[in-house]
Design a protein around this ligand. Sequence first.
Ligand code: KIV
Length: 276
Amino acid sequence: MSVHKKIPKKVTTHVLQKMKNDGEKISMLTAYDYSMARIIGDAGVDIILVGDSASNVMAGYETTLPITLDDMIYHASSVVRAVRLAGTRPLVVGDLPFGTYQGNTRKALRSAIRMMKEAGAHAVKLEGGKEVEDSISRILTAGVPVMGHLGLIPQSIFKFGTYTVRAKEDAEAEKLLEDALLLEKIGCFAIVLEKIPALLAKKVAETVKIPIIGIGAGPHVDGQVLVTHDMLGITKDFHPRFLRRYLNLYDDIKGAVNQYIADVKSGDFPNEKEQY
Ligand code: KIV
């Protein structure tokens, strides 16, 4: 009998491309800390995104704009440690936060290198198309894989004014398709499409050859991503149509904490077996 532990095949950008070519859907979830990354890595997710949604979910800011590169590196390094120590398969993608890559290719390259070197991420993600072409191209010169992000791009919330569905009008839909083709041409390995009509997402996924990961972009794409805290029901006041809640952990955790408080107050905890 073999005593060797089975080593899972690591997900790389090449594996993701093969998954698209073979018609195998890609699963992606967010994590910002060691414990959550252990669970979702052990469960077998393909990609862990250390999203700048940490700004909302972890830090309680209203938008994703305030989170810093230092914050993101802290979160990403915790996630990378979980994947490394447990030997799990996911590709870890670190979001570059607002202000760390736009309009300055040198700064973009420095930010991406910090994410790779200090956090140990396997790739970076950043938002936008033509406007950030030069930054993406410069990052790619360092051999850092880049995931694009089009459609609803939360770092530009003050430009658009709302978080409603993007690219419903022809002009915006055409620009989105052009941007997707551009991101593919310059060398992105995948693109996230957020909150756009399902038929447009289908067209993009059929037109570009790299994997398209959707969130609120319908089923005809190459993979799906959700914010883990939303799909587990840890966050409570966020109910977009695209969100499927698999658990209601907010209520479960609150109930457990209520019980703990009651047990402490009544003297029921700790009991005889729970002491030395
Ligand atoms: O920051 C994030 O979590 C994201 C996903 C919603 C795609 O960008």
